[in-house]
Design a protein around this ligand. Structure first.
Ligand code: SF4
Length: 184
């Protein structure tokens, strides 16, 4: 499961003392359940990432969730049309807090080469994104790098962040309502 590297941690023989924030962060970062929202070529690259050669199970992430309520990492890989946008947003809203978003590839991050009337020019127009992975398509190593950056965020996140006014303001910018139970 790893250990907590921090000068506030007290290590002794057979024990480690730390704060609740750090212990929860460590547990969460080693038990992320991803929900893949894959629509096109980047989705194929994500499938390769899940294969044995790259082995996501070393992060405890081999169990993909296709149920938003049981997932905490939304991985968006592929071109998102404007017509699909509201469905993506609904899936995000159905995920319980705390939740994170990884945008994989140029299309999900910016519309990519499809600067057209029908393609959403980046999913951050409808939902907040935590980490962007560049590339068209990104290689599995880049996707894994994005996942590891999500782990770093999850590990360091304060338990209070989801209650903060900054987070509520961010959600209200996206017109997403936070229910009381969601932030727990
Ligand atoms: S970024 Fe490139 S590879 Fe990925 S979905 Fe778009 S066109 Fe396909």
């Amino acid at each position: 499961m790893g250990k907590i590297d921090d000068d506030k941690v007290i290590n002794g023989e057979g024990y480690q003392l730390t704060t609740l924030d750090k212990a929860v962060g460590l547990a969460r970062s080693n038990s992320v359940w991803p929900l893949p929202f894959a629509t096109s070529c980047c989705g194929i690259e994500f499938m390769a990432t899940m294969g044995s050669a790259y082995d996501m199970s070393r992060f405890g992430m081999e169990r993909l969730s296709f149920s938003p309520r049981q997932a905490d990492l939304l991985i968006v890989a592929g071109t998102i049309s404007k017509k699909l946008g509201p469905i993506l947003k609904q899936v995000y809203e159905q995920m319980a807090e705390p939740k994170w978003v990884l945008s994989v590839g140029a299309c999900a991050s910016s519309g990519g080469i499809f600067d057209t009337y029908s393609v959403l020019q980046g999913i951050d127009r409808i939902i907040p994104v935590d980490v962007y992975v560049p590339g068209c398509p990104p290689r599995p190593e880049q996707i894994i790098d994005g996942v590891m950056n999500i782990h770093k965020l999850v590990k360091k996140e304060s338990l209070r962040r989801r209650y903060s006014s900054e987070y509520k303001d961010l959600m209200s910018d996206y017109k997403i309502e936070i229910k009381d139970n969601d932030a727990k």
